[in-house]
Design a protein around this ligand. Structure first.
Ligand SMILES: NC(=O)c1ccc[n+]([C@@H]2O[C@H](COP(=O)([O-])OP(=O)(O)OC[C@H]3O[C@@H](n4cnc5c(N)ncnc54)[C@H](OP(=O)(O)O)[C@@H]3O)[C@@H](O)[C@H]2O)c1
Length: 337
């Protein structure tokens, strides 16, 4: 995939103000600070997308102090293409900033055919990270996640593979994603025995999906592990985008993944009510949804997606108002309960 000629010749110089406004939070009890807002490359970075737009989003993110980029082996489509595009852009724009970046990838979902391209075996995880590093043109990632629990592989095998990945120098830290509280507790205990820096759990968390409040956040705090909240805007529902229907080109319109028109229609009354509360705080709904997450205890970072630099700028401006009155919290609670 090639970046167009004009952009090819244009050298990227990161904004000198990039650390002026972003907030950085300690990740659990580790030494790592994460930006309050991180950028995920699940959508908008595959071969089906404009690489020039992807590049503009990444540049805007870094200029705003977003130092954490989140990938996975199968992001695209097609699988692997988000990592490959990221590698192309990284090589042109970010190579000299490598030590200012905290880059993540994962393995755990379907990636290649046959018995070794999915779930949580040692065979899959080690091969997958080797492939990811090649695609991203990196020597190591800052954090490598097991993307989801595997009910059929002993947890000991998966955790030992993660530990060996750290010992091989291919990842500095370890994370897990989509593990329930009990599974998280066991993983934390194994990784502790293996002396591995397990610092982050990546979990879906938004005003519309609060399952983490039911034990996971407490488990993470008990183990000194941070939480990074993914799909904080419920894939775009918690923005003003769907207030007047389903716009062409939006994620619900494209029907690419778990968000479809039906989800939006089912939630539209709540979206409208939350939008009014956001207005009374002088925020956009997207900004209130992000601020609300950052107001919760134990959230190290909110992991957003964006299809344009404009969205990214709007979302980062949520940092201007991170507090909530008791009254606001109780009205929000009524709407989402
Ligand atoms: N660990 C896991 O299992 C897992 C699963 C899912 C995601 N993730 C990670 O979490 C990241 C974020 O997930 P997500 O993309 O679902 O997050 P999200 O922030 O809830 O949704 C992002 C989408 O919302 C819309 N949007 C964002 N800002 C907007 C704004 N200001 N105004 C209007 N619309 C706006 C855009 O959609 P349009 O295209 O409609 O403009 C954007 O692509 C992923 O990239 C990935 O790194 C991890």
């Amino acid at each position: 995939m090639h970046i167009n000629d004009k952009a090819n010749t244009e050298t990227y110089l990161a904004s000198a103000q990039r650390y002026d406004t972003m907030k950085y939070n300690r990740c659990g009890e580790s030494g790592v600070l994460l930006p309050a807002i991180s950028l995920g490359l699940w959508h908008n970075f595959g071969f089906i997308d404009s690489i020039q737009n992807s590049r503009n989003i990444l540049r805007t993110a870094f200029d705003l102090g977003i130092t954490h980029f989140d990938l996975a082996n199968n992001y695209g489509p097609p699988y692997g293409s988000a990592e490959e595009n990221f590698g192309t852009i990284f090589n042109k724009d970010f190579k000299s900033y490598r030590d200012e970046l905290f880059i993540a990838t994962k393995a755990g979902y379907d990636m290649w055919p046959g018995p070794y391209g999915n779930w949580g075996s040692r065979k899959y995880l080690i091969s997958s990270l080797d492939q990811s590093l090649k695609r991203m043109k990196l020597d190591y990632v800052d954090i490598f996640y097991h993307h989801r629990p595997d009910p059929n592989t002993p947890l000991e095998e998966t955790m030992l593979a993660l530990a060996d990945i750290v010992r091989q120098g291919k990842a500095l830290y370890i994370g897990i994603s989509n593990y329930r509280p009990e599974e998280t507790k066991k993983a934390a205990s194994l990784l502790k025995e293996l002396n591995v820096p397990f610092i982050l759990h990546q979990a879906r968390y938004s005003l519309f999906d609060r399952w983490v409040e039911d034990g996971l956040l407490n488990t993470l705090q008990d183990n000194g592990v941070g939480c990074i909240a993914f799909s904080p805007l419920a894939q775009g529902m918690l923005t003003d985008k769907y207030l007047n229907g389903i716009p062409k080109g939006s994620r619900a319109y494209k029907n690419l993944t778990y968000l479809d028109k039906e989800n939006v229609n089912q939630n539209i009354d709540r979206i409208k009510k939350l939008n009014e509360i956001a207005k009374s705080r002088n925020q956009k709904l997207s900004q209130m949804a992000i601020s609300w997450l950052l107001f919760q205890k134990g959230i190290s970072s909110v992991l957003i997606g964006a299809s344009s630099p404009v969205q990214l700028k709007e979302n980062v401006a949520s940092l201007q108002n991170l507090t909530f009155s008791d009254e606001e919290l109780s009205i929000i609670k009524k709407v989402i309960s």
